[in-house]
Ligand binder design. Structure first.
Ligand code: ZN
Length: 420
């Protein structure tokens, strides 16, 4: 839809509101709502099942195979897995182009993490049960309800379980999909499901840059080579100084030193040490400024430790000195939705129809990729409530999941348009 001059961001066009209201009045939609309420036990079962299949970063294939089987059982067509592990299934429509409904399959938990997935009343517990157990379950619920009530629509729906959203995955699943002209040129709208909840609309893509910093030195024996430059000390000095970099509250900008490694034994001067740094901002310029601050802190730290080496062992010559390397391990583009984007009109009309209050947010999700390409995309929750994301205490409460699923179904069909 072309932007209307003068239309306020806060206004939903009456035509869009009307379209959602008439969608809601269809008997198939009423049956779909009843189905979603009645099948909650089945949905919780799927969620527990998938959370029990480990999906560490770069190790999503078992969960992907499980999802592909479910897609087939639920009657999706052209079910297949691409070369990076993204799983696809389609629900055909009458026109060309796609509306995607996607959820990431991966978790932040490394291989071997004890999964202890369990249910207590309406609550499910276990690592990844909400992020993104809630999103993947919602995709299955929508595929299942479409099959159950025989809903038809104009644009085909493309269901995707994608790899590589979390951490070092660096959105590789979505990046791969949108680098293929076959998909990039045919996907009109992307609806991304990430985590629990019904009260948010992520329409702005939070950018991030992540680095592995490796400091190297000659190493040596702690007693006989005393004085040799120490990479761990360089890291400590660099962290101390980088951590004092001021950051603005607006645009919100953050940094974190998340992992530190190095050394071989207590009586060895280490040959290398490394750390992982995460920089995030709503502004590209702030991310660049922090990257420069990090490089400066490292330059200074190397300089100081080299001088300290001179002072400790003035006559000693080492085979080589200190060096550091900054390796980019993550780079998520920032971007935002056009204020009059149709996808925003549709989700806000759906929320008005359902009496649901939702806030527009900026976050880093799979939607970063289409948003950074100027395409229409939002990320929303899979319903219910959740907490403890990225911890072993993660939980998901199924109560109220129905609202989230109704919201997803209406948004998806609103975007796909009416079948003739
Ligand atoms: Zn997630």
């Amino acid at each position: 839809m072309p932007p209307r001059p003068g239309a306020e961001v806060s206004e939903v066009l009456p035509s869009v509101q009307q379209q959602i209201a008439s969608l809601c009045a269809l008997p198939e939609i009423r049956s779909a709502f009843t189905w979603l309420r009645a099948r909650e036990p089945q949905l919780a079962q799927w969620q527990l099942e998938l959370a029990r299949i480990a999906a560490p970063p770069f190790g999503e294939s078992a969960r992907g195979a499980w999802l592909a089987e479910k897609f087939k059982e639920l009657g999706l067509e052209q079910v297949h897995t691409d070369e990076v592990g993204n799983v696809f299934g389609t629900h055909s429509g009458q026109r060309h182009g796609y509306v995607t409904l996607s959820a990431h399959l991966d978790t932040v938990f490394p291989a071997g993490t004890p999964l202890n997935v369990r249910q207590q009343g309406s609550r499910l517990y276990g690592p990844g049960v909400s992020d993104n157990g809630a999103g993947v379950t919602a995709i299955l619920a929508i595929a299942a309800v479409l099959q159950a009530v025989g809903l038809r629509h104009a644009l085909p729906l493309l269901f995707i379980g994608n790899v590589g959203e979390e951490g070092e995955g660096d959105l590789r699943g979505m990046r791969h999909i949108f680098s293929a002209p076959r998909w990039k040129d045919s996907i009109h709208y992307s609806l991304v499901l990430d985590g629990a909840g019904s009260d948010t609309i992520v329409a702005e893509a939070l950018g991030s840059r992540r680095f592995e910093v490796i400091v190297r030195g000659p190493g040596g024996h702690s007693w006989s080579d005393f004085g040799a430059p120490n990479p761990i000390v360089v890291l400590a000095r660099a962290i101390q100084s980088f951590a004092q970099t001021p950051v603005p509250a607006v645009p919100k900008t953050t940094f974190n030193v998340g992992v530190i490694r190095g050394g071989a034994s207590v009586n060895s001067i280490p040959e290398s040490a490394s750390m992982r740094v995460d920089i995030r901002s709503t502004s590209m310029a702030e991310m660049e400024r922090l990257e420069r601050a990090l490089r400066y802190a490292l330059d200074q730290a190397v300089e100081e430790e080299s001088q300290a080496t001179e002072a400790r062992a003035p006559s000693h010559r080492w085979p080589f000195g200190l060096s550091f390397e900054l390796v980019a391990i993550g780079n998520r583009p920032a971007g935002e939705l056009h204020p009059q984007a149709h996808i925003m009109q549709v989700i806000r009309a759906v929320d008005a129809q359902l009496g649901n209050a939702a806030q527009v947010q900026r976050a880093s999700t799979d939607a970063n990729i289409p948003l950074s390409l100027g395409l229409e995309a939002i990320a929303i929750g899979g319903g219910g409530t959740g907490g403890g994301a990225h911890t072993l205490q993660e939980w998901f409460d199924c109560s109220g999941r129905e609202l989230g699923l109704k919201r997803i179904l209406l948004a998806l069909l609103g975007l796909a348009g009416k079948a003739l």
